[in-house]
Design a binder for this molecule. Structure first.
Ligand code: HMG
Length: 390
């Protein structure tokens, strides 16, 4: 029985910064950002978007018929959550009106969390073939203004329905995972930005990718030539190029990686959703991919866990990735000047539980953060005349 991704929904905030302008403002050569790091634009989350509202907006981008009574499990993966205890998945399920007869919970392991959720969902459907699962990756990547990692920030969410007879990608039972306790990137409780050693983290990533793909070849007797495309977690798109170069010099795989990097170039690092944004980008931007093609996916989460697995494209996959909505979402975005970006970056809802209230966000987003009241955040839903704040 094939099990895998049946539909994909994507959301990124309404605002972005042009990285040539950011480079100039920081006194850097723009080529360093656009060529050396491989990023053109960076999504900026206003205070009215958090990982819950973004996750709900990504779910809203899915065909609603896929979220019927068969849904049995809702997983949110994130490393930028807003509560130390309560799962974001519970609030997302309520906001989006999901069937309440589900297991809803969160997963955290840096940028690897969504892969853990996806493979857990695959096992769940294998055990219960009439059921489906919803896996949502949602994150805001923040390193700080003028910090070393600033150009690799971003924000967004990817929602995936996992089912039997999937219409996008059948996940193969061939995952190879590796874990090693390393201090490349971590964010102690109470800190708003991570402690990161950028160059060490890129070296660790490359060490993981060669080790894990090599082990996959030993265990499953595959070679790079078996793959129509290789996808990677993309903290910045040059990282994917480095990873591919460590494995092969194939021109064909290089071209496909270019297509798979397009959306990340415009959005930035969305942490745990980044690998799946790359899958979406490949399917939207490379018209030569065909049903039956094998795709290899490399997931990396600092700390660190890496995993390599593969999937086979399903017939008609292009009809289930919401491509028109992705194009519209990005086309409608608003560019921020550098001072406006800096102001938005600093105007976040403070840590803790103090009351806060925001005016409605001037954007097409259905779900936004309204503020915080009685210790908890509340959300606006533009399809409802009465909001939680009324
Ligand atoms: P940096 O020190 O500012 O940049 O940090 P650099 O000096 O290393 O230069 C970057 C590249 O630009 C180099 O290319 C330069 O040669 C090139 P490379 O040698 O690497 O191929 N360059 C130029 N190219 C053209 N024209 C020029 C020019 N000047 C320089 N004029 C760094 C870059 C990525 C380290 C930094 O932004 C950072 O720390 N980012 C955050 C950490 C990160 O993204 N790590 C990636 C691996 S870890 C991971 O993926 C997990 C993560 O997503 C978190 C999680 O799991 O939760 C981060």
């Amino acid at each position: 029985m094939d099990i895998g991704i049946d539909a994909i929904g994507f959301y990124t905030p309404h605002y972005y910064v042009d990285l040539v302008k950011l480079a100039k403002a920081r006194g850097d050569d723009p080529d360093k950002y656009t060529i050396g790091i491989g990023q053109d634009q960076m999504a900026v989350a206003p205070a009215t978007q958090d990982i819950i509202s973004m996750a709900a907006n990504a779910v809203d981008a899915l065909p609603s018929a896929r979220l019927d009574g068969r849904l049995g499990m809702v997983i949110v993966a994130s490393e930028s959550g807003v509560d130390e205890s309560k799962a974001a998945a519970i609030t997302v399920a309520r906001l989006t009106g999901l069937n309440p007869w589900v297991r809803a919970f969160d997963i955290k392991e840096a940028c690897y969390g969504a892969t853990a959720g996806l493979l857990m969902a695959r096992d769940y459907v294998a055990a219960h073939p009439t059921k489906t699962a919803l896996v949502i990756a949602s994150d805001i990547a923040r390193y700080g203004l003028a910090s070393g990692g600033e150009v690799t920030q971003g924000a967004g969410a990817v929602a995936m329905v996992i089912s039997a007879q999937p219409r996008v990608l059948a996940l193969q039972d061939d995952a190879v995972a590796y874990t090693e306790d390393i201090p490349d990137f971590f964010r102690p409780t109470g800190m708003t930005v991570p402690v990161v050693d950028g160059h060490y983290s890129t070296a660790a990533y490359l060490d993981f990718v060669t080790k894990i793909v090599g082990q996959h070849q030993v265990q499953y007797h595959d070679t790079i030539t078996d793959y129509a495309a290789l996808l990677f977690h993309l903290p910045f798109t040059k990282m994917g190029k480095k990873a591919l170069a460590a494995l092969t010099d194939s021109v064909r795989l290089g071209q496909r990686l270019t297509a798979a990097s397009q959306l990340s170039r415009q959005v930035g690092n969305i942490y745990t959703g980044s690998l799946y944004l790359s899958l979406l980008s490949l399917l939207c931007h490379d018209k030569t991919m065909q049903a039956g093609d094998r795709i290899g996916l490399f997931s990396y989460g600092s700390g660190a866990v890496g995993e390599f697995f593969s999937g086979i494209l399903a017939p008609g996959f292009a009809d289930h990735i919401g491509q028109a909505a992705v194009i519209q979402l990005l086309a409608e975005r608003e560019e921020l000047t550098i001072p406006a970006y800096e102001q938005m970056f600093n105007a976040q809802i403070p840590l803790g539980d103090a009351p806060a209230a925001f005016p409605p966000e001037n954007s097409p987003a259905r779900f936004t953060v309204g503020g915080r009241r009685d210790h908890a955040r509340w959300y606006r839903d533009t399809t409802k005349s009465m909001t939680e704040g009324d």
